[in-house]
Design a protein around this ligand. Structure first.
Ligand SMILES: NC(=O)C1=CN([C@@H]2O[C@H](COP(=O)(O)OP(=O)(O)OC[C@H]3O[C@@H](n4cnc5c(N)ncnc54)[C@H](OP(=O)(O)O)[C@@H]3O)[C@@H](O)[C@H]2O)C=CC1
Ligand SMILES: CC(=O)N[C@@H](CCC(=O)OP(=O)(O)O)C(=O)O
Length: 344
């Protein structure tokens, strides 16, 4: 398989290279840039000497059309113009940005503050939450890889909402991310001296992943709801931990919630249901494509606390993108992704 990566110099792009380098079905990886044409990739990233000693190439539709798969890992607002002309021209297109996730262009323009992709492309795109949409992903030409927070939140909530075990009307989701979630461009808030030894809330009640989560709950759990969702920056490099508080519906027990999650994911290699609350932490999934989920019911309040962890750059970005490519090419989902978490 011949693979092209647009946005290869970013964090998502680097993770794509790390996994695709060990992917048994990938023979060739070419790297594309909007700003550094001709620069030898390994001269920028010395840890990739002998792995990526190739020049960064200019982004060109005719060249990209020759690949089997094109991954785009670029800031929002780029692929809405870059990818539509490539649909149907040959390559499978996997977009890691938010440009094709929201079906309603007005919603995208409201939450992202940018011009939406053409309506027909939004209709053609398939949401790449692998565990929930693999049939559509298998046939898709254009995949909208989910956002990092939505991946963590949806994998934990969809089974419980679909089986009507928790109340969809009072979902309060409290999520935290490491700083690599903000990409490789430094900003005031990601500056070491301001992020280190600090813990802050950001995009309060306005995060662009709110409509994405609500849309997916509607499609996959068949429930229309509005959520309370807030995000926090944690002084670590990788990882997301998302905690949802939700009332348990009458007569439902903790054992039923756990059993529902276990049954839903028993054939899915990357989702692990954890029952010991001391065993759920971002370092248990760091560097890997796992999503770990834990649920407990507080008997005093009859509310469920549902917690999930992922590595934002892997299951939240590059790992899930490759998992989707594997589905599209009828490969085992674990191909190229079968790695042990870093832990430390
Ligand atoms: N970081 C994360 O945890 C996650 C990120 N995402 C999403 O994935 C996408 C990539 O994220 P991430 O890798 O962190 O971002 P980075 O900022 O680290 O990298 C983005 C890359 O995109 C390229 N780029 C910038 N502008 C343009 C442009 N106009 N046209 C083409 N390429 C451009 C740049 O490379 P060059 O200058 O060489 O072109 C840059 O290295 C984003 O949309 C992000 O929201 C999704 C899930 C998780
Ligand atoms: C820590 C941090 O800043 N995380 C980013 C991650 C979101 C992201 O990558 O978003 P899209 O793919 O939807 O654009 C954020 O909260 O906006």
């Amino acid at each position: 398989m011949k693979v092209g990566i647009v946005g290869a110099t970013g964090y998502g792009g680097l993770e794509l290279i790390r996994f695709l380098h060990n992917h048994s079905a990938v023979e060739q990886i070419e790297l594309f840039t909007s700003s550094e044409e001709g620069v030898i990739f390994s001269s920028k990233f010395g840890h990739l000497v002998q792995i990526a000693d190739t020049p960064l190439q200019k982004i060109d539709h005719d060249v990209l059309a020759q690949y089997d798969v094109v991954f785009a890992s670029t800031p929002s607002g780029v692929t809405s113009e870059l990818l539509p002309p490539l649909v149907g021209k040959g390559p499978k297109l996997i977009d890691l940005s938010g440009d094709f996730r929201l079906k309603d262009p007005t919603s995208y323009e409201t939450w992202y503050g940018k011009k939406a992709a053409p309506f027909t492309s939004l209709q053609q795109s398939v949401y790449g939450l692998t565990e929930w949409n693999s049939e559509a992903i298998r046939q898709a030409t254009l995949i909208a890889n989910p956002g990092c927070y939505p991946t963590a939140v949806l994998l934990s909530l969809l089974p419980l909402l679909k089986e009507q075990l928790i109340d969809p009307n009072f979902l309060v989701i409290d999520a935290k991310s490491g700083i690599s979630g903000a990409g490789n461009k430094p900003s005031q808030t990601t500056h070491f001296s301001e992020a280190n030894e600090n813990f802050s809330i950001y995009k309060m009640n306005t995060h662009q992943h709110i409509p994405e989560i609500e849309q997916a709950i509607s499609i996959f759990a068949h429930v229309d709801t509005t959520i309370t969702f807030n995000t926090h920056l944690v002084p670590m490099t990788r990882g997301i931990l998302a905690t949802t508080y939700a009332p348990v519906l009458p007569g439902i027990t903790e054992a039923q919630l756990v059993a529902c999650l276990q049954t839903t994911y028993e054939k899915h290699p990357f989702v692990r249901i954890v029952t010991d609350s001391n065993s759920l932490a971002t370092n248990r999934v760091k560097g890997s494509n796992y999503c770990d989920i834990l649920v407990k019911v507080d008997s005093r309040t009859n509310r469920a606390t549902i917690v999930s962890v992922i590595d934002n750059l892997v299951k939240g970005a590059a790992g899930q993108a490759i998992q989707n490519m594997n589905v599209q090419f009828d490969l085992p989902q674990t191909t190229g992704l079968d790695v042990v978490p870093f832990f430390i």
